[in-house]
Design a protein around this ligand. Structure first.
Ligand code: COA
Ligand code: THG
Length: 579
């Protein structure tokens, strides 16, 4: 089928559906929801059999949905309607939730139902985490089913009827800040966590913290500290700890509401609260895995002769500090008597490379970019040159740009089957990229495929990455399954007689390229180009980063997505229709 994906942004869910539908032979094009006329034009140019809206905030115009079957992916259980579905589900403590694929009509989300899928929902989860995991899996299932039903011809979608016993949901209005507000004197830790997490990653809970009006994000429980409700107690690695009625929470990121209080995008809480935060006592966090109950973004543990270094950075963004701390932890892990070391990335993201928000907020974004890429390169190099043990990258969540090449530095790369990889830098103003990609990419996929991956700038499903040889293994359908499968394999290797041979081969391969010195040549070549990206005459990278960080809406859909706008394709489509 010809499917036009109409979407507010080419976000992770849209990318996943784009990959899954493309793999099944559908002809796809994407239009970002810019305005109704652009939508109309896209329909006219592409002449789709189906309009699919995976992530749409505005109404599809009546002349489009009345002439073209238009399906909406709604992140709600059957019968649920409105723009804040997941927010309400999490605030109300629903224990089952779902995705509904419904037909667009005049009344929002009231159209006939083409497919649904449900999942259990644990209380206190972060909205974006549920979206990137359960919602995305359920959306893939129900969209594929709906598309089959459209193709089957003669399937009658079910009109929305609240009289039916299986129609559980209802219309819920847009959630307001008043619905989200925290009362530090009355809300216990679980309530504060629930409120912040139901609004994370957007819009955040508006509050006053350290005298600043700001949106709160990235909340974690703290079992060991307490104080007067609302009081700031401590700081740790960018986060601040704040007392609740019965305990305390860590808040990792803030976004100031008013421009006079700082940049209007998310930054580490200590950076937003500068002097106030600087006056707080530093609460140290050892590397050994505390097993929860506090904020720990890097943790190490061992079992069955395997070392596990886990890390989970907000939005997968790695600034200089994160790179340096992870490198220090990696070096400590190398001192341990293990022969297999697993790098276990976060549930939502493995890594998205350098920290674009922190760079944007720096006095010299060029200098900060340079420092950040140098710090990333040091980390990647430490992994590439580890020759006394096997390294495994376990991707539970998505990876983008330099984050992908961080993973490729490991000997074995395993990913959750639903992971989406963006192994290219082009969308960030034609950034050349570093992280030793000129070494790792051709080493894994060959010169030609490597060039194609970098050039065509499209996301890759984990299964596609496996076929290309970019990664080595699909490990499970959930973050938990990925962790368990990787652990089983790592323990097998650690106890295997074949490991010595594998390590000898690894040392030989490293020797063949001239060891660390051989690697220098790759990095220096990359950095020469990066220096031009950061300091040269062409400001593309700085412009792209500004737009990304400030979420400047696109005025047009990039041509690599809007295939109907590339003249050749549009012409061919019209020819094909006429014939
Ligand atoms: N630095 C800072 N923030 C980043 C980031 C980075 N490198 N990569 C992603 N983020 C943030 C996004 O701004 C977004 O912020 P929000 O919480 O305010 O919404 C959040 O992470 C999630 O990103 P989003 O695009 O909504 O997630 P997604 O899963 O739908 O899409 C990508 C993932 C990879 C397509 C997209 O985030 C991206 O293009 N990232 C940039 C990668 C990059 O160019 N890195 C730098 C070069 S090394
Ligand atoms: N029919 C048509 N178009 C659609 C839908 C549809 N476009 C996508 C949409 N479903 C997804 N669902 C909703 C439901 C309600 C609202 C937005 C998207 C909504 N919006 C408020 C408004 O427009 O005033 C603003 C909400 C906010 O503040 O975020 O109520 O079924 N044709």
């Amino acid at each position: 089928m010809r499917i036009l994906m109409l979407t507010h942004a080419f976000n992770s869910l849209t990318q996943r559906l784009f990959g899954e539908l493309g793999r099944r032979g559908h002809e796809l094009s994407v239009e970002l929801d810019i305005n109704d006329d652009v939508t109309r034009e896209a329909v006219a140019l592409f002449d789709p059999d189906l309009v699919l809206a995976p992530f749409l905030k505005r109404a599809i115009p009546a002349d489009v949905w009345s002439q073209r079957l238009s399906l909406i992916v709604h992140p709600g259980i059957k019968g649920d309607r409105g723009p804040s579905s997941l927010d309400w589900a999490l605030m109300d403590g629903e224990t089952r939730w779902g995705v509904t694929v419904l037909q667009a009509e005049a009344e929002m989300d009231a159209g006939a139902i083409w497919a649904t899928s449900e999942f259990p929902l644990e209380p206190g989860r972060r909205k974006a985490s549920v979206y990137r995991n359960e919602v995305t899996e359920a959306a893939v299932e129900s969209v594929l089913l709906a598309v089959e039903r459209v193709q089957a011809d003669g399937f009658a979608p079910e009109p929305l009827d609240y009289g039916r016993p299986d129609v559980a949901g209802t219309w819920r209005p847009a959630m307001k800040q008043a619905d989200r507000a925290i009362d530090w004197h009355r809300d216990d830790t679980a309530t504060v966590l629930r409120k912040v997490r139901a609004a994370d990653s957007q819009p955040g809970v508006l509050d006053t913290i350290g005298g600043v009006r700001a949106y709160l994000y990235d909340a974690h429980p703290e079992a060991g500290l307490s104080g007067a409700p609302g009081e700031l107690l401590a700081r740790r690695q960018g986060a601040v700890c704040r007392a609740t009625m019965d305990g305390a929470v860590w808040l990792g990121h803030l976004r100031p509401k008013d421009p006079e209080d700082g940049y209007p995008f998310k930054l580490p809480a200590t950076q937003v609260l500068h002097e106030t935060a600087a006056g707080l006592p530093e609460s140290p966090m050892p590397l050994w895995d505390a097993g929860g109950g506090t904020f720990q973004d890097i943790a190490y543990r061992e079992s069955d002769g395997v070392g596990y270094l886990s890390f989970d950075f907000y939005n997968g963004a790695m600034g200089v500090a994160e790179c340096e701390r992870l490198l220090a932890a990696y070096r400590t892990a190398l001192e341990r008597d293990t022969r297999v070391l697993v790098l276990l990335g976060g549930r939502d993201f493995w890594s998205n490379g350098i920290h674009l928000n922190r760079i944007e907020a720096a006095n010299s974004p060029a200098d900060e970019s340079w420092a950040n890429i140098r710090a990333m390169d040091e980390l990647v190099r430490a992994i590439l040159t580890t020759d006394d043990r096997l390294t495994v990258a376990a991707l539970r969540g998505n990876a983008g740009a330099g984050g992908v090449f961080l993973a490729l530095a490991a000997d074995h790369v395993a990913a959750r089957s639903g992971v989406v990889l963006n192994p290219h830098y082009k969308n960030m103003g034609n950034l050349y990229g570093s992280e030793y990609w000129t070494f790792s990419l051709p080493r894994r996929v060959g010169e030609e495929a490597g060039r194609a991956v970098m050039e065509h700038r499209l996301p890759l499903l984990a299964a596609e990455a496996l076929e290309l040889g970019l990664i080595d293994e699909l490990a499970g359908d959930t973050p938990e399954a990925t962790e368990a499968l990787v652990a089983r394999r790592a323990a097998e290797w650690a106890g295997s007689g074949a490991l010595d041979g594998a390590l000898a081969a690894k040392r030989a391969a490293l020797g063949e390229i001239g060891g660390g010195e051989g690697l220098d040549a790759y990095r220096d070549g990359e950095l020469e180009r990066m220096r031009l990206n950061f300091y040269g005459f062409d400001p593309s990278y700085h412009v792209a980063r500004y737009n990304f960080v400030h979420k400047v809406p696109s005025s047009r859909t990039p041509l690599y997505l809007a295939r109907h706008r590339s003249l050749r394709n549009a012409g061919m489509a019209r020819e094909a229709r006429r014939a």
